[in-house]
Design a binder for this molecule. Structure first.
Ligand code: OOG
Ligand code: MG
Length: 286
């Protein structure tokens, strides 16, 4: 799959860049930069922690998105490339499990790509969980505001099945909305299925998925679980990013959000998402 990578400019001096942050002193010495650092350290050392909002109760959503941007800027500085966007908490199943009713956006990097057949490196992760998602690859740039599901779908080049591996840096996946935004929406890894559909050739609201663990079906959903239609989630992402002066670049991969609750993956387990048209996606815990 040919993907364009054109996000680098967004993490320099752009609206969410690092240059304006140093003056933002916060509760008990917390800053945007220190929060980003704490989360990256938790990821690198595989150690979960209590929510940042326990120590920094004033952390609001705007500031949390700045923490997220600072965290991504550090990943980019370490050589990762931004390759797309993920939505989180777009289905009722996810919202109910996490106790948060508001969708959010976060970023995908090339370091998160799990090639087909490569096991999930569970020993490098804290408490990985897997969730099935409908994935878009954009043929054109998509910039809000005012994007509708129809205009969003017109920018889509191909539709795929996917499995996302999430790995919250917070103990027991317990967090508030600003915490999970700051944590880049628990992002860890993702795998995209090899079947590609043109957007006009598939009814994504009706597209069904069976999620199984070691051959036992544990959950199921259709695309309608994601904001009524995954294109609504894509439009939501474009419009939300526009509020922060950002756009979805051509070539972006967009994970539209878990259709079902996520399942924990243990070493040796096999998790399969079986879609009606988009094929099967399989991951195995290493
Ligand atoms: C937050 C990440 C949510 C999704 O698809 O809803 C997400 C979490 O559940 O830890 O990736
Ligand atoms: Mg997800």
């Amino acid at each position: 799959m040919a993907i364009n990578y054109r996000y680098r400019h967004q993490f320099g001096n752009s609206p969410e860049g690092t240059s304006h942050r140093m003056s933002m002193d916060t509760t008990a010495g917390w800053t945007i930069e220190s929060a980003a650092e704490v989360l990256l350290t938790a990821e690198a050392t595989r150690s979960d922690r209590h929510p940042i909002t326990d120590d920094w109760p004033d952390l609001d959503l705007d500031t949390a998105y700045q923490v997220q941007a600072a965290l991504l800027a550090r990943k980019v500085a370490q050589g990762e490339r931004i390759i797309g966007v993920k939505l989180g908490l777009t289905s009722r199943a996810k919202q109910q499990r996490m106790g948060i009713s508001s969708p959010l956006t976060a970023w995908l990097t090339d370091g998160m790509v799990l090639e087909a057949g490569v096991p999930i490196p569970t020993a490098e992760l804290i408490h990985p969980r897997v969730e099935p998602e409908i994935v878009f690859v954009l043929g054109e740039k998509l910039q809000g505001p005012g994007i509708t599901a129809a205009t969003a779908m017109a920018a889509v080049r191909s539709v795929h099945a996917g499995l996302e591996v999430i790995d919250s840096r917070f103990t027991d996946f317990k967090f508030t909305l600003p915490d999970v935004v700051a944590d880049n929406a628990s992002s860890s890894r993702f795998v995209i299925g090899s079947v590609a559909y043109q957007p006009d050739d598939i009814d994504l609201a009706q597209e069904a998925c069976l999620l199984s663990v070691d051959g036992t079906v544990v959950d199921s959903a259709t695309g309608a679980a994601v904001q009524g239609h995954p294109a609504e989630a894509l439009a939501l992402a474009a419009n939300a990013l526009a509020e922060r002066g950002l756009a979805l670049e051509a070539g972006s991969i967009v994970l539209t959000g878990g259709m079902t609750d996520a399942v924990f993956v243990e070493p040796g387990q096999q998790i399969v998402a079986e879609f009606t048209h988009l094929g099967n996606v399989t991951v195995v815990g290493a």
